[in-house]
Design a protein around this ligand. Structure first.
Ligand SMILES: [Zn+2]
Length: 423
């Protein structure tokens, strides 16, 4: 490639890609990336023109330059060495808590928020088991996931946590935490329901690519139990185009107004969505394993909902990340896992958004590693992370991915920018 400031030419090695590339650049704003000394240069919003015989002329719209330290340069160089000219037609997105961070409180903030709402039973539990009271600084508190994991393991092993905490009390505390948590989250979700979230922007871009034939298939694996992805899919492509890979029945749900379900973009195929940790919009029957979609509006009691088929009280279908065993009913768990495995294996590109792949979810991390192991045709891995606070690369999240999955295309641009520009 040769370039002079704002324009240049490059030659495409693989001539069969010419047509595909021309089609793509009509709809997307392409980027050209390379390393120049100690800088990672990104030529954004380029305009391409075919000069014949695989030779392209380009004009640069915007120049991006990231200063990298020695280690950062080495990481990027190593990645670029692995990149081959490939066309990606089947993309799977893995969404973690960071994807919802602009709209919902994160795991560390949830416990203080629940305490502020006056949840006395949590205050007592924190004092008895974690030696913190509401006067202690928040950073000394455990996260909500840690507290729930602690209770879950006692329930799983059928062990009391002292005379004041028999199994029934623990079960009760867990249910109340989930009740209050769902209420807290659904209030926030309802506040952002009408807005163009990053989820909406991403799905709009993807749906256009599906319609224009630039993509064959997309899929989602969500590690979040909030419904922001679901809301965005319903709005852009319509609820009939979501395939949760499980049979869901509606309960206490108001019939939608006519026109509510008119999608913005008509796509042909359904989009598979695996909700790995359940959903705050779902409850299930512990007897027949039926899963119900429930109304999450404030003031509607969900604690007394019963299964339509056998009258058994419904339970929450929310499973926070676990280090050991996953407590989801095993038949449903198997279905979700096999489907997630298939999605990951069939994808030629997997995009992780707001997902740190940390020790907290080592069960899921193991599955990802297993499914993406394909030496003959390595899957392209993109990691979308929040911009680093001190601009030091490689970041801990970036290294985490390299350690587990090898070369990754790390993009610390934030979900919103990725949703608009990069996909
Ligand atoms: Zn039932």
């Amino acid at each position: 490639m040769e370039s002079q400031n704002r324009n240049g030419i490059f030659l495409l090695d693989d001539k069969s890609m010419v047509h595909e590339l021309l089609n793509r650049v009509k709809l997307q704003k392409p980027e050209i990336c390379f390393i120049d000394g100690q800088h990672f240069v990104i030529l954004k919003n380029c305009r391409f023109e075919l000069q014949g015989n695989g030779l392209f002329r380009f004009e640069v719209g915007e120049l991006g330059r990231e200063d990298l330290q020695e280690k950062g340069i080495a990481v990027v160089k190593e990645y670029l060495k692995q990149v081959k000219t490939r066309v990606f037609r089947n993309i799977v997105f893995v969404l973690g808590a960071g994807a919802s961070a602009d709209y919902l409180p994160q795991s560390k903030e949830l416990l203080p928020l629940l305490v502020d709402q006056g949840c006395e039973y949590i205050v007592r539990l924190l004092k008895d088991f974690f030696y913190v009271d509401t006067e202690s600084p928040n950073y000394l508190w455990p996260s909500l996931s840690e507290v729930l994991n602690f209770i879950e393991i006692a329930l799983e092993k059928n062990e009391y946590l002292g005379g004041d905490y028999p199994i029934e009390t623990l079960e009760n505390i867990k249910n109340r935490i989930l009740d209050d948590l769902c209420q807290l989250l659904s209030d926030r979700v309802n506040a952002s329901k009408e807005s163009d979230t990053s989820y909406v922007k991403l799905i709009r871009n993807l749906a256009k690519m599906l319609v224009n034939g630039l993509l064959d298939q997309i899929g989602f694996i969500s590690l979040n139990y909030d419904p922001l992805l679901d809301i965005a899919l319903k709005r852009v492509v319509g609820s009939k185009k979501i395939d949760y890979l499980l049979r869901l029945e509606d309960i206490n749900i108001k019939q939608e107004e006519p026109g509510d379900s008119k999608p913005e973009i008509e796509i042909k195929r359904q989009i598979p969505v695996v909700k790995f940790h359940g959903s705050m919009e779902w409850m299930f029957c512990p007897f027949c394993s039926k899963i119900y979609r429930v109304n999450t509006e404030r003031g509607l009691s969900r604690s007394l909902l019963r299964c339509r088929h056998d009258g058994v009280l419904l339970k929450w279908f929310i499973y926070p990340p676990m280090k050991e065993k996953h407590p989801m009913p095993s038949d449903i768990w198997t279905v979700l896992h096999l489907k997630a495995d298939d999605l990951l294996r069939e994808a030629d590109r997997v995009v992780f958004i707001g997902c740190s792949l940390s020790e907290d979810d080592s069960f899921f991390r193991f599955r990802v590693k297993r499914c993406l192991y394909n030496p003959r045709k390595p899957t392209s891995i993109v990691v979308v992370d929040a911009p680093p606070k001190d601009f030091a690369r490689p970041t801990s999240v970036e290294l985490n991915y390299w350690h587990f999955l090898g070369p990754v295309d790390y993009r610390p641009v934030g979900f919103e920018k990725f949703a608009v520009d990069c996909c």
